[in-house]
Design a protein around this ligand. Structure first.
Ligand code: 7RM
Length: 642
């Protein structure tokens, strides 16, 4: 496959935090040779500590501690420390609600909001070691609630605002949370998402919950239970603005974030304090090349890890101006993102391949209606980005001027692990390029033996890193089993990948997304990228189905770009196309045209559900992360008609 390479422009390099491959190599080598010195110096320089640590890290596989004995506070680092600098009147959060309302909150104002709300929690008796569930829309009070918890050492767990009452209840129970922080509702595609109703429904079986604090966002009618439920504004009105941040151990649990595993029970990923914040802060500079004058926008939802690390903790710790948007990208029209970029003169824009493909599908007229010349850097996260989407993002959004940082990481890794430093590392569309300093990934076979260049294998990480998950909440055995036993003593990412002659990493998707057709290992991603290279195809999801002769057969779900197609003709053409692009063995057995694909709320295609549909035409197991349950019914129904 011919490969285009995009080196950084000399203009971009000249101003970047890290310039040229020499700059990258020097940092990488230093971190590799002496991780203690490397991370120790950064921790001292980049974060505020009440007391210094005893050791940079202590590694008792598979458990690690970073900066243990050191005392710090995430809320202090994200807010208070900026108040004695010229940043005190800088906008921290530049917020836009879906209906078009706006708020601009400076660091000083953020300090007041966080201190007051921390005093509200304190007055209700919550303190260091307690747990809070946060179930809110994307409004500024969401980061305020998180920072208030962090200020007091209350471990928070954000549950995405679209989750059902049932999913919420499971998380409240698993965490044994004492308080739920919520809102009446939020706005999504012009409709109210009624959060308080879901909280009421979930609380029947949750005796641990003493208090529910309700923000008024939509103003709709909600039931308030006497003694248990309180309006945020009532409690906040009388709260003092003086609430010093509590010095906490570097290993104090900052948050738990639930993510679906291969079984039905979600895993509670635990992140702690000093190490997490350090890597989140450093990646803002290394990967997003953050400058004082940037207006940075990550479009993720705070309900998943990208929002935690790259809307709340990373940007605020680094003193950024961070845009936050409440609603959907297509409301009221397909240009909402580009409208916001133009309006606030956004310089750095970080989104997912799913969003890019969805917007690409609507045509260039939407971005072309807006002045996007403020952009200087683009980012991608969540899935491999296919070359066609990359090229569109680069050309139509970035006007060929902006580097694209393709960032590989996981809820478990806490912060970005593999991504280009944009002033240093030449880009190859579809590759996360090289590991960041201190990160030692490798690609190995079943026995942990490194694969040769170009060969597909398991992506692993050899050394603990600062923002690594510490355990699964309440289940250290599952933590060991899930991440450290496939190849004993080594972190197993669950992803397949390969490395090219330049040492660049190419992520091929989850290991359980690898098919085996006639003895050929074939990644579902490979077939998907072949399909989306076809001009009629907007998006594709591919799964394997048991097959008597070939082991597995390739089944494809395809959404089309606008146009008139004859499904019979196009189906044949696409099968031929894939055979031509990859090889005859990859020729799909089946192509199903569909209006939409089942996705998680963070935009990942749920291939597990598609696998169940093609094997048994039924769906079982955990579907709580699914964005639109209707997509499943429609896909199954479509099959019945065939
Ligand atoms: C941040 C996030 C993690 C999984 C991971 C991969 C996939 C994420 C990329 C990617 C290719 C990327 N956390 N993934 N980023 N694949 N290129 N740049 O997404 O826990 O929700 O998902 O997502 O499979 O293991 S996550």
């Amino acid at each position: 496959m011919s490969q285009s390479i995009y080196p950084p422009s000399s203009e971009f390099s000249a101003k970047a935090h890290v310039s040229g491959m020499e700059g990258y190599n020097a940092l990488y080598e230093k971190a590799k040779d002496d991780p203690e010195a490397f991370w120790g110096e950064l921790a001292e320089k980049e974060l505020f500590w009440f007391e210094k640590w005893n050791h940079v890290f202590e590694w008792n596989p598979p458990f690690v501690k970073w900066f243990a004995g050191g005392k710090t506070n995430v809320s202090y680092n994200c807010v208070d420390r900026h108040l004695t600098t010229p940043r005190k009147n800088k906008v921290a959060i530049l917020w836009e609600g879906e209906p078009g309302d706006q708020r601009m909150i400076t660091y000083q104002e953020l300090h007041r909001l966080v201190s007051r709300f921390a005093n509200v929690l304190k007055a209700r008796g919550f303190k260091e070691g307690d747990r809070a569930i946060v179930y809110m829309p994307m409004v500024p009070e969401l980061p305020v609630a998180l920072l208030a918890c962090a200020r007091l050492g209350i471990t928070h767990s954000v549950v995405f605002g679209g989750f059902s009452a049932e999913a919420l209840k499971a998380r409240i129970q698993d965490l044994d949370a004492g308080v739920v922080i919520t809102a009446d509702g939020g706005w999504r595609r012009g409709k109210e998402v009624r959060l308080k109703d879901a909280v009421d429904e979930s609380l029947a079986g949750c005796p641990s919950v003493k208090d529910v604090i309700v923000l008024k966002r939509t103003g709709s009618n909600v039931t308030m239970k006497e003694g248990r439920d309180h309006w945020w504004h009532d409690l906040d009105a009388t709260a003092s603005e003086d609430c010093p941040a509590v010095p906490l151990d570097s290993e104090h649990p900052l948050y738990v974030l639930y993510t679906s595993g291969t079984t039905g029970k979600p895993k509670g990923i635990l992140h702690t304090t000093g190490g997490y914040l350090l890597q989140a802060t450093m990646t803002m500079k290394w990967v997003f090349d953050l400058k004082e004058e940037d207006t940075y926008w990550c479009t993720a939802d705070i309900g998943w890890v990208t929002g935690h690390s790259y809307i709340v903790y990373g940007p605020l710790s680094a003193g950024a101006t961070s845009v936050m948007y409440e609603g959907a990208p297509d409301f009221p029209a397909f240009d909402r993102f580009w409208r916001i970029v133009e309006k606030y003169r956004v310089t750095t824009f970080y989104t997912s391949p799913t969003a890019i493909r969805a917007l690409l599908r609507q045509g260039d007229q939407w971005p072309n209606m807006h002045d996007l010349s403020s952009l200087r850097l683009l980012g991608s996260v969540g899935e491999p980005i296919n070359p066609a989407a990359w090229e569109w993002y680069h050309r139509v959004i970035g006007k060929g001027r902006c580097p694209i940082v393709d960032t590989w990481w996981q809820t478990e890794t806490g912060a970005i692990m593999i991504a280009p430093m944009p002033g240093a590392v030449p880009l190859k569309p579809g590759s996360g390029t090289l590991p960041l300093p201190g990160i030692l990934p490798d690609i190995v076979d079943f026995n942990g033996i490194p694969m040769e260049e170009g060969r597909e294998g398991f992506l692993i990480v050899r050394r603990p890193w600062p923002s690594m998950l510490r355990t699964l909440w309440g289940d250290p055995e599952r933590y060991k089993e899930n991440y450290w036993s496939r190849i004993p003593g080594i972190y197993f990412t669950g992803d397949a990948a390969r490395r090219d002659a330049d040492g660049y990493y190419w992520i091929l998707g989850r290991v359980d997304d690898v098919m085996n057709v006639s003895g050929h290992r074939l990644s579902t991603m490979e077939v998907e990228s072949a399909l989306v290279r076809h001009p009629a195809v907007a998006e594709a999801a591919v799964v394997g189905r048991p097959h008597e002769i070939t082991g597995q057969a390739v089944c494809c779900f395809v959404t089309l770009k606008k146009g008139d197609y004859d499904p019979a003709v196009l189906g044949k053409e696409l099968r031929q196309w894939v055979a031509h692009e990859i090889g005859a063995f990859a020729r799909p057995e089946e192509i199903r045209f569909t209006e939409g694909l089942p996705k998680t709320r963070s935009g990942k295609i749920m291939r597990r559900l598609l696998r169940e549909i093609v094997t048994s035409n039924a769906v079982t197991g955990d579907v709580t992360t699914l964005e639109d349950m209707g997509s499943i019914t429609r896909l199954a129904a479509q099959h019945d008609e065939e």
